[in-house]
Structure formats: structure tokens, C-alpha cells
Ligand binder design. Structure first.
Ligand SMILES: C[S@@+](CC[C@H](N)C(=O)[O-])C[C@H]1O[C@@H](n2cnc3c(N)ncnc32)[C@H](O)[C@@H]1O
Length: 439
């Protein structure tokens, strides 16, 4: 593809991303799935451009508004601003890309030309930018985020605005981290053990995994180190009855299955529930590849589910990986930060409480309920935990360092009563985890 055609593809993809409510990664897969002519190099260049713009969006819009030239924020204006501010592209150079030739973006309008000229060579950051603009988060989260990190907000937000590494979880049902490393090396992929998860590997460079022997044999699964740690903290063991109540596509369910392995098979019962049958279906081929076909999947109703009632008080471990704002996963989906509104957060808090209220009924006395989110907001984390403990006196929170020693091993990252992970503090996605035991 020509540089102009790559630019047009980036604009098309940005239009799709900003038109809807779906994760950018999934839209990109669909977009390139329908454009087989785009080679690996094209794809990389287009995605690098798109993600850079998603990560710079607040600052780009600030500059576009400041110039007041009538080119309101939109995909084309943001691309032009990115080219001027980050690539230091002159108005003439940008006009060459926006040539109007076949597959290239249409020619610059007069306002766009002026924008390109006005921003050319300026730095992306400006001292007059308000803090949420400079650090790229929505205004309405200012209070929550600055209360959470009164001293470290710039450091945390900047780490959250970087690209995430590719972490792999080694499937202990089938192999060991050492053997998986060796197999990857055989396919010329370099990886190293993750700092905290004993079953994790981190690729030293991006690579396509699907063709590797390790992937084909089900030895590895892509999973952020933080998500691996949450799965380990559940303390699922062979012989247990375990429920992953919000299993979705199965990231953590697959890891739980591996924790319950004995002689290469799951020993015990693992049920992966979700309100969405469609999401559970996506798990099925992953279970097959991982050798974890014994995992049962179960669609549950949002309220008063029959299966939940019939299985009340029977589970050793119940994981509630509830829907959340996803603030901790902004590295992967930077556009997600602009999709949520304060009203959405209120709805989410109510949903989280409803799910906790239902999931807890499955836990047997002495069993554990594990509450986790990939959110950084205290509203969804510490405050939900406090609400739950106040309303359910039959549960107590277990100190996380003890749970860590028992389940993950090694020294835990500095933690309070619950676990908090973040890109700046642990090099993982942002997660919260509380482990509660039923008295
Ligand atoms: C954070 S995602 C789960 C991610 C998954 N555990 C993983 O590790 O890949 C939350 C899931 O909760 C599901 N969900 C939403 N409402 C639910 C409910 N009332 N009961 C059970 N699951 C629900 C959503 O469909 C979604 O798949």
C-alpha cells in the first residue's frame, strides 16, 4: 500500500472506532479480515498510526480547538494534527498524502491546510493544557483518579497510556514454562519469565503466535500477567468445585482449569458461567486447544437463576470477575476511556453489586469468593468491597499477602488489605482483587 493509502485506511478505521461502542482491537481485526491485500507491514503501520492517535486524542483535540480554524475534531483533523505535531510533517507534506488519488484521502480543505500549517513543528504537550488533557483521561474522572494517586498521578497515567507487552500464560495442564520457552525459541521467538507470575512468559518483541508449535499444541495462551495473578490468587486446586461466574471468553477460566490439573486432566468441577451464551461459545475452541474440555459452560440469568439456586453453598471457590469501566486496561483499548460516562459508572456499580449478591450464594462455608475488576477506580473496588462486607456478615476479607504466599508464592507487590496492580507499579494491566472467605 502507498503511504497515502495507509493514511486513508487509518482514517477509515478511526471512523469505525469512533462511530460505535466496540473495542478498537476487535474492529481492527474485522477491518483487516476484509482487506487481505494489506500485508503485515501495512497492517503494522496503520495500527501504529491509529493507536498513536487514540493515545493522543485529548491533546490533539486541545490543539485543534485552540487554533480555532474551523476544522473541528474528527478523524481527518486528528490525523492531520498528529502528522503536524508528532511527525513534524509540513502542510505541503501532509497535502501530498491527502492527494485525492485512488485509495488516498481526499484533498485537504482550506481549513485543514491552515490547521496543518498552524500546528507544524509544535510539541504535542503544552504547559497550558489542563491536567486531564495533558494526561489523557476524561474530566469527570479527575476527582477519583487524583484521590487515588495524589502524588503519582502523572506517572500512573503515563504508564497507562503506553503500549502493553505481550504476556503468555503457560498451560500447566500440558507443559512447563521451561519447555514452552524452548519451544518458542525453536520458532525464533524470544521470551523471558514474567517478574511476578510463575507461569508467565513475556515476549521480548511482538510476533505472530498462531503459527508456532507452542501455540498449536495448546502450551501457551495470551494473557496479561495481572490476569494470570488474579487466576492464581483464586487458589483453585485439584478436587475442588470452582465457579467462574463471569467467565466471558474464558481468559481466567482457562487458567483456573490449569490450576486444577492432575496428570494432565482437570480433577474436580469447574463451571464457567456468563450471562452471554455468545461469549461462552468463544471459549469452546480455546478449551479444546488447552486440553480443558471438562470445563462446563453455563448461561446464567441476570437474576434468580435456577442453576445458581440448585447449587447454592456447594463451591470451594467462586470468581466474580465483574463487568467494569476497564480503566485498568486502557493500555490495550485507549478509546475505552472516552466511551464511559458517569451514568454508565452508576449502572456498572449497581450491576457489580447484583452479581456479587448472586455469586456469593454459591460459596460453601469455608469457601472463598474472589472479587476482581480491571478497574482502577475506588468506587468499583474498595467501596464495593466495603459495601459487600457491610451487607454480608457471613463473609470476611482475607489479608492478601497471606493469600499471595499460599497461592502465587514469593513476595507480593506492596499491597494493602487487597491487591492493586497497575502498569506503573507492577508492569501489568490495572487490576483489583479481594479474596473473601465464608465463615
Ligand atoms: C470482565 S468480563 C469477564 C472476563 C473474563 N473473566 C476473562 O478473564 O476473560 C465480565 C463478564 O461478565 C459478564 N456478565 C455481565 N452480567 C453478568 C451477570 N449478571 N451474570 C454473569 N455474568 C455477567 C459479561 O457478559 C462479561 O463476559
Amino acid at each position: 500500500m502507498t503511504p497515502g493509502a495507509r493514511m486513508e485506511a487509518a482514517i477509515e478505521l478511526l471512523v469505525l472506532i469512533w462511530a460505535g461502542n466496540r473495542p478498537a482491537g476487535r474492529l481492527a481485526d474485522e477491518y483487516f479480515g476484509n482487506r487481505r491485500y494489506a500485508g503485515a507491514g501495512d497492517r503494522r503501520a496503520i495500527l501504529d498510526r491509529v493507536y498513536a492517535i487514540l493515545r493522543h486524542r485529548a491533546r490533539l483535540d486541545w490543539w485543534i480547538e485552540r487554533t480555532g480554524l474551523g476544522a473541528g475534531p474528527g478523524p481527518r483533523a486528528r490525523v492531520i494534527a498528529e502528522l503536524a505535531l508528532e511527525d513534524k510533517s509540513s502542510a505541503e507534506e501532509t497535502a501530498k498524502l491527502f492527494s485525492g488519488a485512488t485509495h488516498c484521502p481526499g484533498p485537504l480543505t482550506a481549513a485543514e491546510k491552515e490547521l496543518a500549517g498552524a500546528l507544524h513543528g509544535r510539541p504535542l504537550d503544552h504547559a497550558e493544557m489542563p491536567r486531564p488533557v495533558m494526561l489523557e483521561y476524561p474530566d469527570w474522572m479527575e476527582r477519583s483518579l487524583s484521590a487515588l494517586w495524589p502524588q503519582r498521578l502523572p506517572e500512573e497515567m503515563s504508564a497507562l497510556n503506553q503500549r502493553a507487552p505481550v504476556d503468555l500464560r503457560v498451560n500447566m495442564l500440558k507443559t512447563t514454562p521451561e519447555a514452552a520457552l524452548k519451544s518458542l525459541a525453536g520458532d525464533y521467538l524470544e521470551a523471558e519469565p514474567t517478574p511476578l507470575s510463575p507461569i508467565g512468559l513475556r515476549l521480548t518483541a511482538r510476533a505472530r503466535l498462531a503459527g508456532t508449535a507452542a501455540y498449536r499444541k495448546g502450551w501457551i495462551e495470551v494473557q496479561d500477567e495481572g490476569s494470570q495473578l488474579i487466576s492464581l490468587l483464586c487458589g483453585a486446586r485439584p478436587g475442588m468445585d470452582v465457579v467462574d461466574f463471569c467467565a466471558g471468553g474464558g481468559g481466567k477460566a482457562l487458567a483456573l482449569a490449569a490450576s486444577m490439573g492432575a496428570d494432565g486432566k482437570i480433577d474436580g468441577t469447574l463451571t464457567a458461567c456468563d450471562i452471554s451464551g455468545h461469549r461462552l461459545e468463544r471459549m469452546v475452541p480455546r478449551l479444546r486447544r488447552a486440553g480443558a474440555e471438562q470445563v462446563r459452560t453455563r448461561v446464567v440469568a441476570a437474576r434468580n437463576d435456577e442453576w445458581v439456586a440448585a447449587n447454592a453453598g456447594q463451591s470451594d471457590r467462586v470468581l466474580a470477575d465483574v463487568p467494569c469501566t476497564g480503566t485498568g486496561a486502557w493500555r490495550r483499548d485507549p478509546n475505552a476511556k472516552w466511551r464511559f460516562t458517569p451514568d454508565d459508572l452508576d449502572d456498572m456499580l449497581a450491576l457489580q453489586q447484583r452479581i456479587l449478591g448472586l455469586a456469593r450464594t454459591l460459596v460453601k462455608p469455608g469457601g472463598r469468593l474472589i472479587y476482581t475488576t480491571c478497574s482502577l477506580l475506588q468506587e468499583e473496588n474498595e467501596r464495593q468491597l466495603a459495601w459487600f462486607l457491610e451487607n454480608h456478615e457471613d463473609f470476611q476479607a482475607l489479608p492478601i499477602d497471606g493469600v499471595w504466599a499460599e497461592t502465587v508464592g514469593g513476595p507480593p507487590p506492596p499491597a494493602g488489605p487487597c491487591l492493586r496492580l497497575s502498569p506503573a507499579s507492577t508492569g501489568t494491566d490495572g487490576f483489583f482483587c479481594a479474596v473473601m472467605e465464608r465463615r
